[in-house]
Structure formats: C-alpha cells, structure tokens
Design a protein around this ligand. Structure first.
Ligand SMILES: [Zn+2]
Length: 126
C-alpha cells in the first residue's frame, strides 16, 4: 500500500523529480488517488496533476502522453514496485526540501528531519 505523501526521485546526474500522492476527499475525484508533480519552485503549491494511481501503477493522463512526463511516469511505476526505494524517496524529499513529507510544513527539529515527518504527522504515519 502506497501512503499519501511527497517523494523526491534523485537521478544519477543529480537532477530531482518531486511528486506527490494524494487521495482526494472531495469533488469529482473523491476516493481516487492522484499523482502530481512539482513543476515550479513553490514546494507547497506548484503541483500539477500527472495521472491517477491505480493500485501501484500510474495511469498517465492522456494530455501528457508523448511528453517527458510519460518517461517520468514509467520511472514512478518502477519505484512504486520497490517499497524500500519509495521509502528512501520520501526521506529524500524531507532532507532536500526541509519539509514534512506529508503536510509540507517546514521541519525545524533535526530529529524530525531524520524521520521525514513533522511531529504532528509522525504519529499518523507510524
Ligand atoms: Zn507534517
């Protein structure tokens, strides 16, 4: 089971791809899970939808087919099949951004940064 949260995939060349998994709780997509990606500099707001998450597979939205995002989605599908790598990507998000991987609040206490969650979210994630 893939938990909601934010993850950063670090490529060998040092580039990053940050993405988020969330379960919609209202609106047209209530109950569906959406994968979005960070497309700007604002770690809290600059996310755009990539596709639905069905089980552990990204169903890429058709507008992204044939773009670089199709390649990214293929990488995510590999990552989603490797729980330990996915966990590491969640930790990488927290370490690189200095933010909680669940709610995006800034992490100030070093112990929180090591776990990747702020104090409020650590209990929920455990
Ligand atoms: Zn949090």
């Amino acid at each position: 089971m893939i938990q909601d949260g934010t993850f950063t995939l670090v490529y060998k060349d040092g580039s990053h791809f940050t993405f988020q998994v969330e379960t919609c709780d209202k609106g047209t997509f209530a109950g569906r899970r959406i994968v979005s990606y960070l497309m700007g500099a604002d770690n809290e707001n600059d996310y755009a939808g990539l596709g639905f998450l069905n089980g552990s597979t990204v169903a890429l939205w058709s507008k992204h087919k044939g773009t670089k995002l199709e390649t990214r989605a293929a990488h995510l599908n590999i990552l989603f099949g490797m729980p330990e790598r996915l966990e590491a990507a969640g930790m990488d998000y927290a370490l690189i951004s200095g933010r909680c991987r669940r709610c995006h609040r800034k992490l100030t206490v070093p112990a929180s940064i090591h776990r990747g969650y702020g104090p409020d979210c650590a209990g929920m994630a455990a």
